[in-house]
Design a protein around this ligand. Structure first.
Ligand code: ATP
Ligand code: MG
Length: 344
């Protein structure tokens, strides 16, 4: 069985780093591990050996059980269309300017494509563990909401209204195009505009069954995954982390752990300036001590309010840039949920 871990959280909190670090540790324990990253920082990509990668998983040159793949952030409706529409329809969609515009501007399409790709890796059953570093759009929630949103959009009421019956024909298209308000728009914006819009909607509509069915499969994969929410101790990322507790249960399984990253060492809370210390240094120590206490309070509050399992990863003066650095980061961590990733 392939276990799945979804690493999520606000932008910049260390999701990719945590996904990579856990991946290295698990691979070194002898489990075949695939880390699926999104747009890693360059040095992290080098460490993982994914500098040049597309979305095909590749084995790491120096770590036999570690594989990595990079989700294609540009994959979007185009990938959806290729997968779910007839080749002729897919080609027409790819050529349609409204389709192209929608695929660039509708965020759920990218989240959907990412979730679809991640689910494909899990379903391949080729790894013991797949760790997915989810894209940060919508604080990561989009990734979980996308399968349902996409099916809704493609088969939704608006589209049904615009395109008529379940499998609308050209006649419905012309009825639609004949609406007076649209005819005015047409004369202002160009004569085949309506036909192009209607064609886009009609073609998109034909992907509905495929999208809906695949959406259910993706949701099944997502709901059997363990979800780790990464945050720092700062208010904005914590608010994002709380959103997962509020919004996720309706979409997928609940988060299983919250990982507070970049935390200051507990000893700093009690740091006392030795006698004779300059007032400036004393003030500085007092500030760090207060910050350490604030961080501890924010973890305790999170834990008591949401009953979350809290793990911590210390702030490291040298951000990890190679496999040993990544492994070192999680060695210093506390209460990471290793049992859930399959190692003790
Ligand atoms: N515990 C840590 N100590 C020190 N630096 C860290 C730590 N964790 C992450 N970093 C650094 O913080 C930066 C952001 O980390 P990372 O790219 O993993 O965040 P992310 O959540 O994936 O960001 P994005 O949302 O942009 O994808 C990187 O430079 C990384 O090296
Ligand atoms: Mg990242």
């Amino acid at each position: 069985m392939t276990r799945t871990i979804l690493i999520t959280g606000a932008g910049g909190v260390g999701k990719t780093t945590v996904a990579a670090a856990m991946g290295v540790k698990v691979a070194r324990s002898g489990l075949r591990t695939l880390v699926v990253t999104v747009d890693p920082a360059r040095r992290l990509a080098t460490a993982l050996g994914v500098e040049e990668l597309g979305n095909e998983p590749q084995p790491h040159a120096d770590e036999p059980d570690l594989w990595a793949a990079m989700l294609d952030a540009k994959a979007s409706w185009r990938a959806v269309a290729m997968r779910h529409a007839d080749p002729e329809v897919a080609a027409r969609l790819a050529d349609n300017e409204f389709f192209r515009a929608a695929s660039e501007h509708f965020p759920a399409s990218q989240a959907y494509a990412a979730a679809d790709q991640a689910a494909t890796f899990v379903q391949a059953m080729a790894w013991d563990l797949v760790i997915v570093d989810t894209p940060p759009s919508g604080g990561g929630i989009d990734f979980f909401a996308a399968p349902a949103q996409m099916a809704d959009l493609v088969g939704g009421r608006l589209l049904r209204w615009l395109t008529g019956g379940p499998i609308p024909g050209r006649r419905a298209l012309y009825k639609f195009a004949a609406r007076p308000v649209l005819r005015i728009a047409d004369s202002v914006l160009g004569s085949d505009l309506l036909e192009r819009v209607a064609e886009f909607l009609l073609d998109l509509r034909t992907t509905y069954d495929g999208v809906a069915q695949r959406g259910r499969e993706i949701e099944r994969v997502l709901s059997s995954a363990s979800i780790f929410v990464v945050t720092t101790s700062d208010p904005a990322p914590i608010r994002e982390a709380i959103k997962f507790y509020r919004d996720l249960p309706g979409l997928a399984s609940s988060p299983t752990s919250v990982i507070f990253n970049r935390i200051l060492p507990d000893e700093w809370a009690e740091a006392v300036a030795p006698p004779g210390t300059s007032p400036a240094l004393e003030a500085n120590l007092a500030r760090w001590s207060a910050e350490t206490l604030r961080q501890r309070d924010s973890r305790e509050e999170f834990s008591s309010r949401y009953g979350a399992h809290i793990a911590t990863i210390p702030w490291s003066p040298h951000p990890p840039t190679d496999l040993d650095g990544l492994a070192g980061l999680v060695e210093e961590a506390s209460r990471l949920p290793w049992a859930e990733v399959g190692i003790s």
